[in-house]
Design a protein around this ligand. Structure first.
Ligand SMILES: [Zn+2]
Length: 264
């Protein structure tokens, strides 16, 4: 298979791939606490796997993954939804909560993240791509808003390149949306990096898991529709096969996005 990763390519290979298919994929996400059963690279490893899948399928070049992303402190209402003790967790950023020890996520301040992302894009404008697809493995609203705002600046002033922003992850028929460290993400990492997911770090079935104890958050919980706080889409039911299907689903969706943008 041809090399698709920018950092590993010789200039003539890079130029040939760009001439053939002028799209750059830019995967990013924070190093983030995903409970005791997943490695902190989860979001970004997934974004990079999607980027490589797209480049292999369609063409184009994969920019090195940027391990950077942002989060905010939780509102009292949100902490209530997750059944978190507001006194204990008031100063925990994003997903950094658990009954046991948390390895704190490496979230960047929003302004720093925006500056770094802008600087990458500013230089990449000289590379003459028609489309730059930013693929985020992390979906926090504030984080996505920063990417969209920076992308919008470039789309206004550099009309020769379209900068698009998309999530790396697509919910399947059983998921009801995107959660955090639940069955969907666990399946994805089991497929992408098998040694980086280990559900034996969680209590054994049939004991039920609580979001507040594990940082496993279902889409229902994010939306306030899970008042008893037990995990619904249990990571202990994750499978490599579901991970493979879910990765392909994301690549299918984003393939259409890229092809549509190139036709513009
Ligand atoms: Zn994640």
């Amino acid at each position: 298979m041809q090399e698709v990763r920018y950092a590993y390519m010789l200039p003539h290979q890079f130029i040939a791939r760009r001439e053939e298919f002028p799209v750059l994929y830019f995967p990013l996400g924070p190093l983030e606490w995903h409970g005791p059963h997943l490695a902190p690279g989860m979001d970004t490893l997934n974004a990079e796997a999607v980027a490589i899948g797209l480049a292999n399928r369609l063409g184009g070049v994969v920019y090195p993954a940027l391990y950077m992303g942002s989060e905010r402190y939780r509102s009292p209402e949100f902490m209530e939804m997750l059944c978190l003790d507001p006194d204990k967790h008031a100063n925990n950023l994003g997903m950094d909560f658990s009954a046991g020890e948390v390895v704190p996520s490496v979230y960047f301040m929003e302004d720093v993240f925006a500056i770094v992302l802008r600087e990458h894009l500013r230089k990449l404008m000289e590379h003459k791509y028609k489309v730059i697809l930013i693929i985020s493995g992390h979906g926090a609203e504030s984080h996505m808003e920063i990417i969209r705002r920076v992308a919008d600046e470039f789309n206004r002033f550099y009309p020769q390149t379209t900068v698009l922003t998309r999530m790396a992850i697509a919910a399947g028929p059983d998921d009801n949306g995107i959660g955090h460290a639940n069955k969907l993400e666990t399946s994805l990492l089991m497929h992408i990096a098998p040694d980086s997911a280990d559900v034996s770090q969680l209590p054994d079935l049939p004991e039920r898991l609580r979001t507040a104890d594990t940082a496993i958050v279902d889409p229902e919980t994010f939306c306030g529709n899970n008042p008893d706080n037990f995990v619904i889409h249990d990571p202990r039911n994750a499978t490599v096969e579901y991970g493979r299907e879910s990765l392909e689903r994301a690549i299918d969706i984003l393939s259409n996005t890229v092809l549509k943008a190139l036709r513009r």
